[in-house]
Design a protein around this ligand. Structure first.
Ligand SMILES: *Cc1c(COP(=O)(O)O)cnc(C)c1O
Length: 424
């Protein structure tokens, strides 16, 4: 397998001194990536959580081709186009009740920045001094300065620490300790927090940490009691990943603001939306220009992205898309069960289509390079798996077959043979 080196490309989340090359992919289809030299990789993490149904889903590719016949980027202030109008109407229909307005942007981070700005603008325009943002321990909301501020502080954002604004942090609701989370949230809300931002049911980059729907519903009730705005960051969980179209559905929670991006176009092209309740739009509605919502991405509501998203929503209307989701959840549960009694792993967990498990590795020093060692180990077995430290997770596109999943789990078993600190 050959790696492309001597490239001017500076890749994301890459220490080039330790990871000098990259596999050059020339073809993607279904759950597979094919490299220049013919090597095929099973994409067991949906290309960083974006691909939902599978790579190059034909209906989505066709919609993109069709849209390029009539529109490219169109300025979105003072002008509009049918793909954006139609998509907004359909999103209002399928998301949680009350999310009546749709603001377009182009990435998950931007969608979250927009959400935070909407929340702060809401309170300012209402003349209230509510500015505090509350977030969960271990949260991840993106890599821009605002979203890093809301996310957990770590080695990943240490250099920018002086720029990050202060947020109130509540403990992750680990099993049995949910009340502590709710109590901490309540005290920040009572003190007049502007908004609480949360990844519903599962914290992705924070380590695929899951918590119950009931806790999510309780968090929402706490916010309601004190009029703290509830922001659901569904950038990763949206569009089927947790077993329902949106994670909030499972808790019967209707957020005040919600962010969607990764799976919005089925993962084909970048697009994001921040949706909000009518009151938030209305707080910005006035004869006074200074009360407008001042945000714009150059590529806001890109027509080709909107066409891809509409085609994605069409795919979701087929009953077999839902059936496939349920079937994948069952296949994943079956495979996760194989590790439940394996002493080399702990916290084997599944939420919808996602399985995660923690590999027990020797303490000290070793853990720091374990992530990279595991990535190399899996790549050598023609698998795209990228553990988060010692947390191995399988987050496949929904077209994956049982036999393909077995390739991933057999490799995870082999990784345990090589890296685990104790015997099975
Ligand atoms: C990926 C992610 C983001 C950031 O999205 P980008 O498109 O990478 O900017 C924000 N929130 C969550 C929960 C995510 O998983």
């Amino acid at each position: 397998m050959s790696l492309v080196a001597n490239s001017p490309v500076w890749r994301p989340f890459t220490q080039h001194a330790l990871q000098p090359g990259a596999y050059k992919i020339v073809h993607a289809e279904g759950a597979w990536l094919t490299a220049e030299d013919g090597t095929r990789f099973l994409d067991a993490i949906s290309s960083w959580w974006v691909i939902t149904h599978g790579h190059r889903r034909p209906e989505i590719m066709a919609a993109i081709r069709r849209q390029t016949e009539t529109l490219d980027q169109i300025i979105f202030a003072g002008f509009t186009h049918e793909p954006a109008e139609a998509l907004a109407r359909r999103l209002v229909e399928i998301t949680q009740p009350g999310l009546d307005y749709v603001f377009y942007s182009d990435s998950g981070s931007t969608a979250v920045e927009v959400a935070i700005k909407m929340a702060l603008g809401f309170w300012r325009n209402r003349g209230a001094d509510r500015r505090r943002i509350v977030a969960l321990e271990h949260a991840y909301h993106g890599d821009t300065v605002g979203t890093m501020s809301a996310g957990a502080r770590s080695v990943f954002n240490a250099p920018y620490e002086p720029l990050l604004f202060d947020v109130a942090r509540v403990p992750f609701p680990s099993s049995g300790a949910e009340q502590e989370t709710l109590d901490a949230l309540e005290s920040h809300c009572r003190a007049g927090a502007a908004a609480f931002i949360v990844e519903p049911l599962i914290l992705g980059a924070g380590g695929m940490l899951t918590y119950g729907a009931q806790t999510l519903a309780e968090m929402k009730r706490v916010c309601e009691r004190h009029e703290t705005l509830f922001i659901a960051d569904e950038v990763m969980t949206g569009f089927g990943r947790t077993g329902s179209l949106f994670a909030c559905e499972q808790a019967g929670v209707a957020p005040d603001i919600a962010c969607y991006s990764k799976g919005l176009t089925g993962g084909a092209v970048p697009l994001a939306v921040t949706m909000c309740r009518r009151e938030i739009f209305e707080a910005h509605y006035a004869q006074d220009r200074a009360r407008a919502f001042f945000h714009s991405s150059s590529f806001t509501a890109n027509p080709i992205g909107c066409a891809a998203a509409l085609a994605n929503l069409d795919v979701w209307e087929h009953a077999d898309a839902r059936a496939r989701l349920a079937n994948l959840g069952a296949m994943q549960a079956e495979r996760a069960a194989r590790f439940a009694q394996d002493r080399r792993f702990s916290a084997v967990r599944r939420l919808g289509t996602i399985v995660a498990l923690d590999l027990d590795v020797p303490e000290s020093g070793y853990a720091a390079t374990l992530g990279l060692d595991l990535i190399r180990f899996f790549n050598a077995r023609r698998l795209l798996l990228r553990p988060l430290g010692a947390t191995v997770y399988v987050l496949p596109p929904y077209c994956v077959t049982g036999a393909e999943l077995d390739l991933a789990y057999d490799a995870i078993e082999a990784a345990a043979d090589q890296f685990a600190s104790r015997a099975r």
